[in-house]
Design a protein around this ligand. Sequence first.
Ligand code: GTP
Ligand code: MG
Length: 318
Amino acid sequence: MKFVDQVVIEVEAGAGGDGCISFRREKFVPRGGPDGGNGGNGGSVYLIGKANLQTLADLEYHCRYKAQRGEHGKGSNRDGKNGADVYVPVPLGTDVYDADTNEFLGEILKPEQILLVARGGKGGRGNKAFATSTNRAPRIREKGKPGEKRRLKLILRLIADIGLVGLPNAGKSTLLSQLTSAHPKIADYPFTTLTPNLGVLKSESLNFTIADMPGIIEGASSGKGLGLIFLRHIERTKVIVYVIDISQKDPLKDLTVLITEIKSYNQEILKKKQVVVFNKIDLLKRVKKYKTDFPTFYVSALTGKGISELKEYLKTLL
Ligand SMILES: Nc1nc2c(ncn2[C@@H]2O[C@H](COP(=O)(O)OP(=O)(O)OP(=O)(O)O)[C@@H](O)[C@H]2O)c(=O)[nH]1
Ligand SMILES: [Mg+2]
């Protein structure tokens, strides 16, 4: 399915129903009192978190949501029915902004969590509600209030436990396919991965999600390659795994490039737990060990060497 992580949608709540002006008319009751019912409230629009959604793609096609209006009040004290609410399913990790003012409205992080984004209009009161001891036959009523209407900008920042970052071709997607049952596209050219891939690392008690990111190159923060915009998808992860191709000229410099680029995107990310994975050890006759500031692993995502140790370590981290 197409990966969409930003959309604009329009939401419109229902208007409230109007209050009614009516008087009781019955045989043998000469002057019946007021009996105009109240209008029903308009339906509201909510966003609701759905764990089975991974992107905002559905909302790109269906981008207008309108809730039902409230029924008008009727005679014989009958109040109008409330309009039905509308629930718009969104993936977990959706940030919600007003598209016109950029005001942050909230975020959806948990399954079935809801967020009110357009409040339904209140129904108007009927004339019965206006009767007093001095005015027993009021000829007034209220109109229903309009429902709220706004354009929303939805931005997805994935909720994953682990994020894989690295230069293009370092073997991130291959590593994802080793750690999880995901089948991302793998190829020997840079920028094979254009949008994040998700996989699930199964553990005895818990499952963890791993997100494989597109490649980062030096200067990405100033727009080179695919830029860094997709890094918002590792802002919510607990652990960052740097994947480095150890067969390259200067693997430590590659690590520095990654850290520098991430820092210029959002240095808060560097407060997370970080792990270095030197990949492609099968290409070397003798594996040289490097000193880094983080727990470090030497693996071959191709042959599977060193993968089980890495897996166990990641599980204990989480
Ligand atoms: N020899 C060897 N090749 C590997 C290893 N891991 C990955 N490769 C190869 O390296 C190439 C790139 O692998 P990918 O997993 O697509 O790399 P990536 O980091 O996801 O690349 P982008 O998505 O383009 O950023 C492929 O041809 C893989 O088969 C490894 O451990 N050893
Ligand atoms: Mg890839």
